[in-house]
Design a protein around this ligand. Sequence first.
Ligand code: NOJ
Ligand code: CA
Length: 536
Amino acid sequence: MQNSIRIIASNWWKEAVVYQIYPRSFKDANGDGIGDLAGIFSKVDYLTELGVDAVWLSPINTSPMFDFGYDISDYRAIDPVFGSMADFDALVAALHKRNIRLLLDLVVNHTSHQHPWFVESRASRESAKRDWYIWHNGKKGAPPNNWQSVFGGSAWEWDETTESYYLHSFLKEQPDLNWRNPQVKDAVFADIEFWLQKGVDGFRLDVVNCYYKDQQFRDNPLRLWGWRHPRPYELQHHVHDMSQPEMHPLLRDLRQLLDKYDATSVGEVLVDFSGDPELAAGYLGRDDELHMTFDFTLLDQKWDAKAMANVLRTWLNACGENWPTLAFNNHDRSRSYTRYAKRGESSQRAKILAALLLTMKGTPYLYYGEEIGMKDGSVSRAEMKDPVGIRYWPLAQGRDPARTPMLWDDSANGGFTSGTPWLPVNDDFAGRNVASEKNDPTSLWHWYRELLSLRKQHAALRLGDWKEIYGGKDVFAYRRTIGNESIDVFLNFSAKPVTLPPVEGKILLSNCSRHELQGALTGHEILMVQSNAVAR
Ligand code: NOJ
Ligand code: CA
């Protein structure tokens, strides 16, 4: 029988700012050129100084690294390249001591082909774990249907041993689990609980809408081929191998488990080629499925106040009573600094984006290096590591440019490693790194820090209601209100001056040493005004 008592967990995750670390690229402590847990441990004071409340680590479990950790062969162990369980425990303790929570990446749509479950499953048709994965006979010597891997090519791999096909929505080294088998759910939930008991505060769920597939294995409808999309090699709409309704009851069960530990969750919802706010918000249920999901349309916007306002309004509306997230960067996409680069305007744009991220309604997610304005690295074909980049170069560059090493200082390799970095260090590291930006009070790093601290001081920014207050072409402006505190935010996306609508109150933040609320907004001006709703 289902336990009907709903544990009322706290809402810490609504007030937190999350910092995503790609562990291979953050800090290498032992000189092998690959970032590790000891490296992250050595930077916990940096995280405190910056002012984030939680860290999300991209996968650190044992993995043969075909997809750099998104192919896990042991859910309960730490990959030796990242360190040991003792390193992990030390990191959790160090973070918790500083009131920083820890989220892990939960990659359970698929395992590695080297996971003992799959090894057993593929050994024979009679294996006890045969039905833990999705096996199918071919159709007249061809795969069972037309489903394609998100990384291109058929999603079915022929396996000689038992003369049968298995399904892999990503690489062939990432076989999909069969979530229709209750044993899979029990085993994965036990692995989740293992980490909850170790003190983990939540999970980011990889491709959370892919777990279930159409039981009749119907073909997906085809789409027109397009160059301009980040995955131009995708030739179909994932109607039957993604977003099946069975996911919702599963997430309700997961929510109960997480709430028992006051842990949170944030889901990656994959869609054909971009984001889909309605679909992403759909996995929040009635605040009884995932705590949060990402809307990737936020990463596909051009630099335009109106377009940005539209996409955020749509996302907040889709979330309704549930809680939104905000993220302009992650390990799969070109970095925002590069996406919005424009001669003479890039650094101003980065400050506007930071202000947007940290003053909008929703839990902000920063990606390592965003706070110093890291650009996409240039990674040559010879240096490339991402299997997707390697497979589709030069049609697509893959994801390595967004995964280059963190730039700590102007010493060799930007202070990332004493060895040879696994990906090249960005060539502008001497002028753009944490140490140099700390020394410059006008830097992007100081700007992020100031915004993070304002957010901490003002409940209106963390939890307040949100409403647009001005619909100009170049200015995005909104008001955050809680109790009798209200904060107005004006962001001028253009390089031109724009009339400032009438506004009263105290200037909380300005990027151009403004002292009065008269006059136009200057080009790229960022202005935050605090007013007392009662006095209004
Ligand atoms: C989404 C992750 O963000 C990406 O990096 C990974 O390659 C795929 N899921 C497969 O796990
Ligand atoms: Ca290392």
